[in-house]
Ligand binder design. Structure first.
Ligand code: KIV
Ligand code: ZN
Length: 386
């Protein structure tokens, strides 16, 4: 069995998204829950970005045990030093330093040549190694970087002491097959690449972050950077819950791969983030959306009530979801109505059930969902009222 390391960046990339900033206390609460969830690395923030971020990382580093605690730092001594100070109390710490490697970023943002970027990457990793032997290096905008140059940067960073090399799809530009091939090519072409873990960090601008990350894993990446509910810059990052459950549910496809995540904590973690940030997940969100285990149509309800696996590939309890939800609405059938009435303590004859079903359908056509109170009212109208 080979582990796919889960690097959670909810508190860094996730928090960078508009509307998702958290106080130090909220970040600490979230970090405790992420530790309970069993992620391998918590990227707690970007220490040099603000005093608040520094304090949050420092507090998480002193109080949260289990995962490696990480801070982001630009490839600058000043940033790396601040990250190291913030992380000082951590039992296990990682400094994550990065620089852009694509032509467009080097030309317009960094105004640096390839040689200057190479030198900066080397110096940053060497400097970070003074504080910890766990140093991650990211080639920002890797998917739009010139291939041979990307290989040279990775080789340089490994030689300088990086233990994790992260390949970000910073602008969510990659498509799965191409991204998988990039990972495979890096593994086949960069000297000494086996000295580091290859990580991926995918953004969701084209809705492909999870697909790209999973394809990368299939091609040899062994760390995935992701966030709870997929929050993050612009359209977000790869959703942690989807990555983890895909690897678990499709063991047949991912063969010997596994993650250390306790999936029973997924729903709770997702809801905690919603409560803290005042956000919500769409009802149809995979794994943690309200409708992820809800069935309204008659055919599906009949199937699930006869055998859950007909229409559910995940047991809701495995992700800590309350339970399968049978929703009564205009698409529902007699089976679901009968099951709901039984749950409410009623045992109607088939003839009475037919009568009620007719009334139920008429009502369901006028409402989005038929609740227990609606059924009580129908029963009263039909069988009690004189
Ligand atoms: O998207 C990105 O490139 C990043 C890096 C800093 C890893 O967030
Ligand atoms: Zn990012």
């Amino acid at each position: 069995m080979e582990r796919v390391y889960i690097f959670d960046t909810t508190l860094r990339d996730g928090e960078q998204a508009p509307g998702f900033s958290m106080t130090t206390e909220e970040k600490l609460q979230m970090a405790h829950q992420l530790a309970k969830l069993g992620v391998d690395v918590i990227e707690a923030g970007f220490a040099a970005a603000s005093k608040g971020d520094f304090e949050a990382i420092n507090l998480i580093a002193s109080e949260v045990k289990g995962p490696v605690i990480c801070s982001l730092a630009r490839a600058l001594e000043k940033d790396i030093e601040i990250a190291a100070q913030a992380l000082a109390p951590a039992e296990r710490k990682r400094i994550h330093t990065f620089i852009a490697t694509s032509e467009i970023h080097m030309k317009y943002k960094l105004r640096m040549s390839e040689e200057e970027v190479l030198e900066r990457a080397k110096k940053a990793v060497e400097f970070a190694r003074r504080f910890t032997d766990d140093v991650e290096f990211s080639c920002e905008d890797a998917t739009r970087s010139q291939r041979e140059f990307l290989y040279r940067v990775i080789e340089t960073a490994i030689k300088a002491g990086a233990t994790v090399i992260n390949i970000p799809d910073t602008v969510g530009y990659a498509v799965p097959e191409e991204f998988g091939k990039l990972i495979e090519d890096i593994l086949n072409n960069v000297p000494n690449v086996d000295k580091a873990i290859i990580s991926v960090h995918c953004h969701d601008d084209l809705g492909l972050a999870v697909a790209n990350s999973l394809t990368a894993v299939k091609h040899g990446a062994r760390q995935v950077e992701c966030t709870i509910n997929g929050i993050g810059e612009r359209a977000g990052n790869a959703a942690l819950e989807e990555i983890v459950m895909a690897i678990k549910v499709r063991k047949d496809y991912f063969k010997d791969l596994y993650t250390g995540v306790n999936t029973k904590e997924l729903y709770k973690t997702s809801r905690l983030l919603c409560r803290i940030t005042g956000s919500f997940v769409p009802p149809n969100k995979a794994i943690v959306g309200d409708n992820a285990f809800a069935h309204e149509s008659g055919i599906h309800q009949h199937g699930v009530l006869s055998h859950r696996l007909t229409y559910e590939i995940i047991n809701p309890e495995d992700v800590g979801f309350p339970s399968t939800r049978i929703v009564l609405g205009k698409h529902s059938g007699r089976h679901a109505l009968k099951a709901k009435l039984k749950e409410m303590g009623y045992d109607f004859t088939e003839e009475d059930l037919d009568r009620l079903f007719e009334k139920f359908k008429a009502l369901a056509d006028k409402k989005k969902e038929v609740y227990e109170e609606d059924l009580e009212a129908l029963i009263y109208e039909e069988f009690v009222k004189v």
